[in-house]
Design a protein around this ligand. Structure first.
Ligand code: HEM
Length: 292
């Protein structure tokens, strides 16, 4: 009688894994992985334009497309976090924000793949990109708007695309995640200044000292305001992560095109560097200087 150990050894030597009886192989009637995910469409949506074909164009396309998929999920999660906060459901909203942070890390880590593209390899595909640029990513603007970095000029970029224009115009006028957090705090009895609650949602937030006072009280006694304190720190994590993405983009752009202008018509790295001065939650940063 061969022992179990002998049988194991035979399986290992054969170096193959037999299918189990229950594993499905006939999808003439049943739902398959590819059908559920619409993989035919997804995997036939890469259309390199270079002629003669350039090996690296597929990397360039896939890096952008995967970023757009993750941005789609970010928009979905941020919208949901915003609705949950509006309904006073703080803990479920925090769960959404935890996922947001992981997606951001994935997006930032992904830069390492594109960083393998050398300046000369990029130069081979640059002519075929023509005037297209990540600057025209409406989902990236949607994330910025949801977090509060509103800018009406960005909406004009989508005059040619009704659906994108409509989405951004709606988000421009709707309260940001930060706005709904402040309204939540007000409902919970925090002394959020009225002019903060009534502020024009289409504008980016401007530092308000009265609001810093509210956060200073929270940071002075975290134990008494734990949920609020935790949410403030989650928001700072999200801004931090967003800045990391911006910085990695800037670094990859610098090593790829130096100080040449971008395909979208900007000065390139100088324009991108100025984005590092933008903040979503000014008071959550200002409060740090108040902590004794
Ligand atoms: C070698 C690759 C890349 C280069 C050389 C590059 C270059 C640039 C430049 C120069 C700009 C400024 C606008 C312009 O004039 O075009 C820009 C903006 C932007 N790019 Fe890229 N990019 C690259 C990859 C990516 C990838 C993979 C994404 C992912 C979606 C992306 C997303 C964006 C976004 C969202 C903006 C707007 C940023 C802002 O408004 O501050 N880029 N890019």
């Amino acid at each position: 009688m061969p022992s179990d150990a002998d049988a194991d050894a035979v399986t290992r030597t054969a170096n193959r894994r037999d299918l189990e009886e229950g594993i499905r192989t006939d999808f003439s009637e049943d739902l398959s992985y590819g059908t559920y995910l619409d993989l035919d469409r997804l995997l036939s949506a890469q259309h390199p334009r270079s002629d003669p074909p350039q090996h690296d164009e597929l990397l360039f396309i896939i890096q952008h497309q995967t970023s757009e998929l993750w941005l789609k999920l970010l928009v979905h999660e941020l919208r949901s976090a915003r609705s949950l906060l509006m309904a006073d459901e703080l803990q479920p909203a925090l769960k959404r924000l935890a996922r947001v942070k992981h997606i951001q890390h994935t997006l930032t880590d992904q830069w390492a793949v594109l960083a393998t593209l050398t300046p000369s390899e990029y130069a081979q595909i640059r002519p075929w990109l023509a005037t297209s640029s990540g600057f025209q990513s409406y989902q990236y603007r949607a994330v910025e708007f949801l977090l509060g970095n509103k800018n009406v000029d960005m909406v004009r970029v989508f005059d040619h695309d009704d659906a994108a224009h409509h989405m951004l115009d709606e988000l421009l006028h709707e309260p940001s995640l930060y706005d709904v957090f402040l309204a939540y705090l007000s409902r919970r009895g925090y002394a959020i200044p009225q002019d903060v609650l009534d502020r024009d949602a289409t504008q980016p937030p401007a530092l308000h000292e009265g609001l810093v006072d509210v956060f200073a009280a929270v940071y002075a006694a975290p134990g008494e305001h734990w949920g609020v304190y935790e949410t403030c720190e989650e928001l700072v994590d999200i801004e931090d992560n967003f800045q990391e993405w911006r910085f990695r983009h800037l670094q990859v752009v610098t090593r790829t095109i130096g100080h040449k202008p971008g395909t979208g018509g900007s000065s390139g790295v100088d324009f991108l560097r100025r984005a590092l001065d933008l903040t979503f939650f000014p008071e959550l940063y200002a409060v740090r200087s108040r902590i004794p």
